[in-house]
Ligand binder design. Structure first.
Ligand SMILES: [Fe+2]
Length: 366
């Protein structure tokens, strides 16, 4: 989207956005995430004091630990789709038992994020052991078995028909926010799985609510490989290895924290970092309406017990105003001091086309 340098001002404003607001409230109305044309609207009253809502177009939130997915109890079960459009589906897997088959998504790249639980993705490229905070990227067509350890599993699953790639942040060099050699890439092993008469490869075809399964049975073990080479492979990256792009003078827009991108969406990592030190500048995110993007957020962890509750899964449809309400802001401002840090870890999926909540998610959110 083309940006222009033609900006107008009318009425009372602050010249440097987010700094020195005084009695003003600043509301950020923007196109194309935070990258397109923008208006900052100034008010003297809080714009997000909701009295009531009518209709179905609204933000929704559930605790991801309450999500019921059929893969929790049935090894042949599926993750639960929460939201989807033609370009991406966002789901939650609660898988507790090993996949009794090899799995191959022939319609989409898969990006898992392990919120709770550990285990192994046994792939034909080699094993990828995971722990909380790991992103596991399995390109379309990768053959694997998901072998969870234990029963406490909450994994975010992002299905993308378009290829998922690491986001470029060209202005900050090649080693931040991610040094590419921090990716963990598997090596072939002999898994030592017991021999079988036939090996099932369960194909997932279609994306999101339209996905279906078919199985092809092979004589030889599809996970047995003795080597591989190329520039197409699964990998993992722990969110703690992401070094944030940050400023202690202005709250940067979340697009600074994009980790992965694919046609139609970006995956953002919110990681601990220094807070805005200038007490005259806003530390909390502005009131904002991203009129071109739906926002999905999973809170992963927070070192501060009074911070955002880990496990909360939220969807804010495009155009819905959000931002902490007035009472929270006033309380927060009172406690601010230089040197403060942001303690939360969250993962976001921001999409350019509207997402449709699944009936199950809509029901769970009430
Ligand atoms: Fe937002």
């Amino acid at each position: 989207m083309m940006r222009s340098w033609i900006h107008f001002t009318r009425g009372r404003i602050v010249r440097q956005a987010r700094v020195g607001l005084g009695d003003l409230r600043e509301e950020h109305l923007s196109r194309h995430g935070f990258q397109g044309p923008v208006a900052m609207i100034y008010r003297t009253d809080g714009p997000n004091e909701i009295v009531r809502v009518e209709g179905d177009y609204r933000a929704r939130a559930v605790d991801s630990g309450d999500v019921v997915a059929s893969d929790a109890d049935d090894p042949r079960g599926d993750w639960q789709i929460m939201l989807s459009n033609n370009e991406v589906a966002v789901a939650i897997s609660r898988r507790r038992q090993p996949m009794p088959y090899c799995y191959r998504n022939v319609a989409a790249d898969l990006l898992y994020f392990a919120h709770r639980g550990s285990g192994i993705f046994a792939t034909e490229f080699g094993p990828i052991a995971y722990e909380p905070g790991d992103y596991i990227c399995l390109p379309k067509g990768t053959t694997f078995r998901h072998l969870p350890d234990g029963r406490d599993q909450v994994l975010l699953v992002v299905e993308s028909p378009g290829p998922i790639r690491l986001s470029e942040h060209e202005n900050v060099g090649r080693h931040a926010p991610i040094d590419p050699t921090m990716l963990e890439v598997p090596d072939v092993v002999d898994y030592g799985f017991a021999a079988q008469n036939e090996y099932e490869v369960r194909l997932r075809h279609g994306v999101g609510e339209g996905a279906g399964h078919s199985s092809i049975f092979y004589k030889n073990d599809p996970l047995r490989a003795v080597g591989w080479k190329g520039d197409l492979f699964p990998f993992k990256l722990n969110i703690r290895h992401i070094l944030p792009i940050m400023s202690d003078r202005i709250h940067l827009a979340p697009s600074s924290w994009a980790t992965f991108e694919a046609p139609g969406f970006a995956v953002l990592s919110f990681v601990p970092q220094i807070a805005v030190a200038d007490l005259n500048a806003e530390e909390l995110p502005s009131y904002h309406r991203n009129i071109d993007m739906d926002e999905v957020m999973l809170s992963h962890a927070d070192a501060d017990p009074s911070g955002r509750r880990p496990g909360l899964f939220r969807h804010t449809p495009q155009g819905i105003l959000h931002g902490a309400p007035e009472a929270y802001r006033a309380e927060f401002q009172k406690k601010r001091e230089p040197g403060q840090r942001r303690t939360g870890v969250s993962v976001g999926v921001d999409t350019y086309r509207p997402l449709t909540p699944s009936p199950e998610f809509a029901k769970m959110a009430g």
